[in-house]
Design a protein around this ligand. Structure first.
Ligand code: ADE
Length: 255
């Protein structure tokens, strides 16, 4: 899978992609990242990419021309590509979208803005605006890396163990279960007994229960379309919590 990144800070992308899962995927040749510096697509000698906003106001706005020229350049090879503009105003990027993108199996062009914003007219040349969350970053580079990393993990062969991506949080619609490794006892904090039992059925059940518990605590909005078995575990968890409330385990806070 090929990713092309348009940015004025190529070093940010270059640095990250050398490491970890993405770095390995690039070395194996199952993913490719090509970075274009938007300043190379400017026509003035100072390689200026921004200007004052029409209508006034604080900050600078990135000009359309470098984006337009860079976009025309990446389109020259006529290969199917999805052009994504990274911005907090875009469709929220989630695991489901990562899966959709990988299934589409097209190249991806990730367009990073900076400063106060970019000229609105750039949007006419992209397929979609994508946000990585409801917060404002100083630029699209981190968002582009989030997208590259999460998609590369899904490329067959990118992870050492093929099962790992399937086991990732969100892949099965739930948050992850807790993980432990040696030592068995760290300052009195013990690894749950069941994980030492060697009973794989029991371990799988414990992990499912923990995943449901984590999801109930932190992301109850994800508890949709549960199987009959998962629903049964969830009901048990809820009645345990209910019992604790009735026993007065949880104290009210004064506010
Ligand atoms: N650029 C700035 N903030 C962003 C966000 N939340 N998602 C994608 N691109 C961004």
């Amino acid at each position: 899978m090929k990713f092309e990144v348009l940015t004025i800070f190529p070093e940010i992308i270059e640095c990250y992609i050398k490491h970890g899962v993405v770095g390995k995927a690039l070395n194996k040749g199952i993913a490719e990242v090509k970075i274009y510096n938007l300043r190379d697509f400017t026509s003035d000698k100072h390689k200026k990419v921004d200007d004052y906003p029409y209508g006034g106001g604080a900050g600078m706005v990135m000009q359309i021309e470098p984006f337009y020229k860079a976009i025309m350049h990446v389109k020259e090879d006529k290969k199917p590509k999805k052009l994504l503009l990274l911005s907090p105003q875009g469709r929220k990027f989630m695991q489901k979208l990562a899966q959709e993108f990988i299934e589409e199996n097209k190249g991806m062009v990730l367009i990073c803005g900076r400063y106060e914003g970019i000229d609105e007219r750039v949007k006419a040349f992209v397929d979609e605006e994508v946000s990585v969350g409801d917060y404002v970053l100083s630029g699209g580079e981190l968002a582009a890396l989030v997208i590259i990393d999460s998609i590369v993990r899904l490329i067959p062969g990118a992870l050492g163990d093929e099962l790992s991506a399937v086991e990732d949080s969100f892949m099965k619609g739930l948050l992850d279960y807790p993980h432990y490794t040696r030592p068995e006892d760290f300052k009195g904090m013990k690894v749950p007994e069941v994980l030492l039992s060697g009973d794989h059925k029991k371990i799988a059940l414990w992990r499912k229960r923990q995943a449901l518990k984590n999801t109930l605590k932190n992301r109850p909005d994800l508890l949709k379309n549960l199987s009959r078995d998962d629903m049964k575990i969830l009901k048990e968890l809820c009645s345990e919590i209910n019992k604790k409330i009735l026993e007065g385990v949880y104290e009210p806070v004064n506010n």
